[in-house]
Design a protein around this ligand. Structure first.
Ligand code: HEC
Length: 146
């Protein structure tokens, strides 16, 4: 009975150590894979605010539907596709809200980056884009861009 308890304790300890070393090596693997500790394919490390206003949440949904394929989730950019919108270049006094509306309506000729042109985005109204802007501005503020 006594030996049984000691055996059990040793096995539990070994399992604990195994578990800890397993999760450690997994985390290390993730970091070295993406090189700089960014999520897969992201260009900018983006901090997400703890909460969003109702308008920002509506913008988030629209953004995920029509912009995220290129600009990435959380507007963090996507390797080989499009720049992060959470970036100093896109701060409000350099790219005002209308720059977003015009970008979605007419597309953008490549000028800041080497991703190529942005095509016009079909099926979004000006109101949709302004909700998207509210969402992107919330992300920008959280990351010190304002
Ligand atoms: C097919 C890919 C693609 C999609 C979809 C896309 N973009 Fe872009 N976007 C780009 C690329 C590439 C650029 C960078 C152009 C450059 O080099 O300056 C860009 C640039 C921009 C700019 C900067 C405009 C400027 O004046 O410099 C804004 C703002 C923007 N996108 C917003 C959006 C929004 C909002 C959506 C969703 C409604 C969206 N984009 C969807 C690829 C995309």
């Amino acid at each position: 009975m006594k030996w049984g308890a000691i055996f059990f304790a040793v096995v539990a300890l070994a399992a604990g150590i195994w578990y800890i070393t397993q999760t450690d090596s997994k985390d290390v693997g993730k970091k070295s894979q993406s090189g700089v500790g960014l999520p897969d394919g992201a260009i900018a490390a983006v901090k997400v605010p703890a909460s969003f206003t109702v308008q920002e949440q509506i913008g988030l949904r629209a953004y995920d539907a029509v912009c995220a394929d290129c600009h990435g989730v959380n507007a963090q950019g996507k390797e080989g596709l499009a720049p992060p919108l959470v970036h100093k270049i896109y701060e409000p006094n350099h790219h005002g809200d209308m720059a977003f509306v015009i970008a979605a309506q007419n597309g953008v000729r490549a000028h800041h980056w080497k991703f190529g042109n942005m095509p016009a985005v079909k099926g979004v109204t000006q109101a949709d884009v302004l909700n998207i802007v509210a969402y992107v501005r919330a992300l920008q503020r959280e990351n010190g861009i304002n």
